[in-house]
Design a protein around this ligand. Structure first.
Ligand code: NDP
Ligand code: MG
Ligand code: MG
Length: 340
């Protein structure tokens, strides 16, 4: 697979390119600041009176109402929560898009599942940084960047791909490498990853492991360290050097336990259920369920969230972390919440 870098650029964005960034949350703030520092003409579209409008003004921006900010922009990047995008798009964005404009997203959900359909003559693409907004900003200011995915859904002008790569470049993406994908692949793999592995899988693995030890009579504090606290060490090793680096740094006993017991925990049954979850993503069943849940005010979301936060591992964790004051200075703390 080709990894796009600065060498692949056929055009760049500069002060003659007006980019409207809609939203100033996790991704919005990072994109707007990076684009500005790359010399792009950035205009922020925010709802007046919101927390973001206040923050952006305090940070030196002159945000405009979204409908106004979209007018005259050649690129419009929508960085609102995915569930908020369709209504804002219909009311404040679609009617004001310039012909030939490039409409952009950082996640393919709404386009892929048919919630947003851009007017004819408008290019549609995505640039999805593979990290939370705070890291997109931090890496850029260090002269680095985070890896990004790019995809073109519609090329009405013939320049969609070149402009999309130029956008990824302007937020720092080409320094780390840009991979090309499709809206379907980005959306489906992103949802599957967060459901089966990154969020759903890991938190269940941790809490079930904790429960197993506590139910067997071990102290909750000890169980917390074994099943949650030490996870960071392993994840960092994996992140830096894959499975080989994990094996390099843990004991031989740990490796033998891993190789002989791991496959019994996450077994063929778990993989079969992963396939079911993937199918719900592919058929759109998950998207429909989540859209309906939003329409009715998220009652089951709230109920499940409350149950998660009431888990005993949370109380134990809070009291143990209160003693580990250095944790508050860790890099995770400067980050805004990652809702990737
Ligand atoms: P946020 O939740 O941080 O977005 C918050 C922003 O949206 C604020 O500016 C807020 O304004 C505004 N907003 C919320 N609701 C509305 C509304 N109804 N009308 C107008 N403005 C509204 O979003 P993220 O940055 O997390 O996500 C943006 C996009 O990036 C999504 O598509 C997401 O999937 C994608 N993405 C996110 C990643 C992440 O790490 N967070 C990683 C990669 C992609 P106000 O202050 O006025 O409420
Ligand atoms: Mg969970
Ligand atoms: Mg996601």
């Amino acid at each position: 697979m080709h990894v796009f870098t600065e060498r692949d650029l056929t055009t760049t964005l500069d002060s003659s390119t007006r980019v409207c960034v809609v939203g100033y949350g996790s991704q919005g703030r990072a994109h707007a600041l990076n684009l500005r520092d790359s010399g792009v003409d950035v205009v922020l579209g925010l709802r007046p009176g919101g927390a973001s409008a206040r923050q952006a003004s305090a940070e030196g921006w002159s945000p405009r109402p979204i409908a106004e900010a979209v007018q005259g922009a050649s690129i419009v990047m929508i960085l609102l929560p995915d569930t908020a995008q369709p209504a804002v798009f219909r009311e404040a964005i679609a009617p004001h898009l310039e012909p030939g404009a490039l409409l952009m997203f950082a996640h393919g959900f709404n386009v892929h599942y048919g919630q947003i359909d851009a007017p004819a003559g408008v290019d549609v693409a995505l640039v999805a940084p593979k990290s939370p907004g705070a890291m997109v900003r931090r890496e850029y200011t260090r002269g680095c960047g985070v890896p990004c995915l790019m995809a073109v859904h519609r090329d009405a002008t013939g320049s969609a791909r070149a402009r999309t790569l130029a956008y990824a470049h302007a937020i720092g993406g080409t320094r780390a490498g840009v991979l090309e994908t499709s809206f379907a692949e980005e959306t489906e793999t992103d949802l599957f990853g967060e459901q089966a592995v990154l969020c759903g899988g890991v938190t269940e693995l941790v809490t079930k492991g904790f429960e197993t030890l506590v139910e067997a009579g071990y102290q909750p504090e000890i169980a917390y360290f074994e099943c949650l606290h030490e996870l960071k060490l392993i994840v960092d090793l994996m992140h830096e050097g894959g499975l080989a680096k994990v094996h390099q740094f843990v004991s031989e006993t740990a490796i033998y336990g891993d190789l002989s017991r791991g496959p019994r925990i996450v077994d063929a049954g778990a993989k079969a259920r992963m396939k079911e979850v993937l199918e719900e993503v592919q058929t759109g069943a998950f998207a429909r369920e989540w859209l309906v849940e939003n329409q009715v005010g998220k009652p089951s979301y709230r109920r499940m969230l409350a149950r998660d936060l009431e888990h005993p591992i949370e109380a134990v964790g809070r009291s143990l972390r209160a003693r580990m004051t250095w944790l508050e200075e860790g890099p995770g703390d400067a980050d805004q919440e990652d809702r990737s």
